[in-house]
Structures are given as C-alpha cells and as structure tokens.
Design a protein around this ligand. Structure first.
Ligand SMILES: Nc1ncnc2c1ncn2[C@@H]1O[C@H](COP(=O)(O)OP(=O)(O)OP(=O)(O)O)[C@@H](O)[C@H]1O
Ligand SMILES: [Mg+2]
Length: 246
C-alpha cells in the first residue's frame, strides 16, 4: 500500500472551542489508485492532505508511505520526502516570481539538485501534457490563474513521485479543462503506478477516480452515503425532485 492513514486525529484548540478537523481517519491508497476526497468547506480535507505530506503533525494516529512512518522523519528527511518521494499541489500554490514557468515546474528538481538544463528537460514533457507547451518561458504574472495551477501540477509530477497529494488542483479551471486534467492524472496513476489522493469539489472527479470518499466533520464516509437521515423522515429524497417516477 502506498499511503496508509491509521486513525489519524488533528484537533485545533481555540480559546473557546476545539475544531475537530480530522477525527479518526483511516484510509489506504494503493499503487496506481486515484482516490477523490470530497467534503464541504471546512470539513478537514486540506488538514488531512497536509498531514499526509508531513507538513503538519497529527495529534494521534500514524501515516505511512510505502511502509515508512512519515511522522518519524526529521525536518531534513521530511523536506527530502516532499522533494523526492511525493508530489504536493497545495490549495494556493506559490510560484516563484520572476522565474519562467518551465523553471517553476522544475523547482523540486533544481533543489535536489539537478542541473538546470536537465531539470528543464525533465519538466518540459509535464508542461506539454498539461497543455502549456507555449507558456514555458512566461513569467508567473504573465500566466492566467488556471495556467499557474497547471504549472503547480507539472511541478508536483516532475520528480516522478510515488504519491501525489493534490488539494483542489482543478479549482481555477473551467469544467472541461478541469476534467481533462483529472483524466490525465488518472492515466498517469495507472501508467506509473502512482497513488493519488485528491481533495476536490469537482463532481467529475468521482467518475474519473477509482474511488471517492467524503470527509464530514473530520470523519470519513463512502461517497454517496448521505450520512444520518434527517430527523422525522426515513425515506430518501428523490434524485430529481418533481420528476415522474413512472
Ligand atoms: N491552523 C489552524 N488553526 C485553527 N483552525 C484551523 C487551522 N487550519 C484549519 N482550521 C480549521 O479546521 C477545519 C478544517 O479546515 P480545512 O482547511 O482542513 O478544511 P477544508 O475541507 O480543506 O475546507 P475547504 O474546502 O474550504 O478548503 C476548519 O474549521 C478550519 O477553520
Ligand atoms: Mg481546503
């Protein structure tokens, strides 16, 4: 199993209340598998991905990637883990200002450190697959929001990660482009045996992914499970209210 989360808990303690952002989540994502993580705003998706990325420590529970305990890594090892083992697309990905798209896509390789020409050669096909063939030399401020988001995806993929953690990677894209990026990710997962955990609000993701789950109040549910029935009624709501059932 590439990624395994075991009873992971993260609570944020405020002055008056505690937010149970992640409240006992167990989830496994295998090689070549793409899992879509849904959930309303504030349900804990980003927190869960940041824990899996080793960027925040859980209060309890264990995260392993290919059998290695992510929580036991030193700061240096944790940075290397993100640079060389996994790919992360943050919800608000940062690009280095004044640095062309191709070098932004090659950033992790450059930090590894791979020489510039070689790093660009490795990053270029990813830009191409993301439809950014012509944008490689443009600076971040010359790119649209959706183009910047795709550079961030290219950057996350450029080091050939075993695991991709992506936080709403299609949030700034129109629905058709978003769909094609999700299909591309699905294809890459199968091609390379890469595991993908993807937080999303995109309804297409559930069709494209191998599996979809829903985080609600920090707890995981199967996708399609509407949770506890509303008080006072047990009959499920019709899929299309007002439609003729016959
Ligand atoms: N650093 C923090 N300190 C305190 N509370 C936090 C912190 N980060 C997140 N939270 C709270 O934890 C809960 C989960 O937040 P999180 O960002 O994981 O949600 P999300 O599912 O990613 O939401 P969205 O779909 O809006 O991106 C929210 O109630 C949020 O306010
Ligand atoms: Mg989020």
């Amino acid at each position: 199993m590439t990624l395994r989360l075991d009873d992971v808990v993260k609570h944020y303690r405020g002055p008056s209340e505690t937010v149970r952002a992640v409240d006992g989540v167990t989830l496994a994502v295998g090689r070549g598998e793409m899992v879509a993580l849904y959930g309303p705003s504030g349900s804990g998706k980003t927190t869960l991905l940041l824990i899996a990325a080793g960027l925040i420590a859980p209060d309890a529970g264990v995260v392993t990637v290919e059998g290695r305990d992510v929580g036991s890594l030193s700061r240096k090892e944790s940075a290397r883990y993100r640079r060389e083992v996994i790919g992360v697309v943050l919800q608000h990905s940062h690009m280095m200002a004044g640095v062309p798209a191709i070098e932004n896509a090659a950033l992790k390789l450059l930090a590894s450190p791979v020489p510039l020409l070689q790093a660009k050669r490795r990053a270029r096909p990813w830009l191409r697959r993301l439809g950014l063939d012509r944008q490689g030399d443009q600076l971040p401020h010359q790119l649209s929001g959706g183009e910047r988001q795709r550079v961030a995806v290219a950057r996350a993929l450029a080091n050939d990660p075993v695991l991709l953690l992506a936080d709403e990677p299609t949030g700034s894209l129109d629905s058709q482009r978003g769909r094609s990026v999700l299909e591309l990710l699905h294809r890459i997962a199968h091609e390379r045996g890469m595991a993908i955990l993807l937080a999303t609000h995109d309804p297409h993701a559930a069709e494209i992914a191998d599996r979809a789950v829903v985080l609600r109040d920090g707890k995981l549910h199967p996708h399609g499970d509407q949770g506890p029935a509303a008080p006072g009624g047990s009959a499920p709501a019709p899929a299309f209210p007002g439609s003729d059932p016959s």
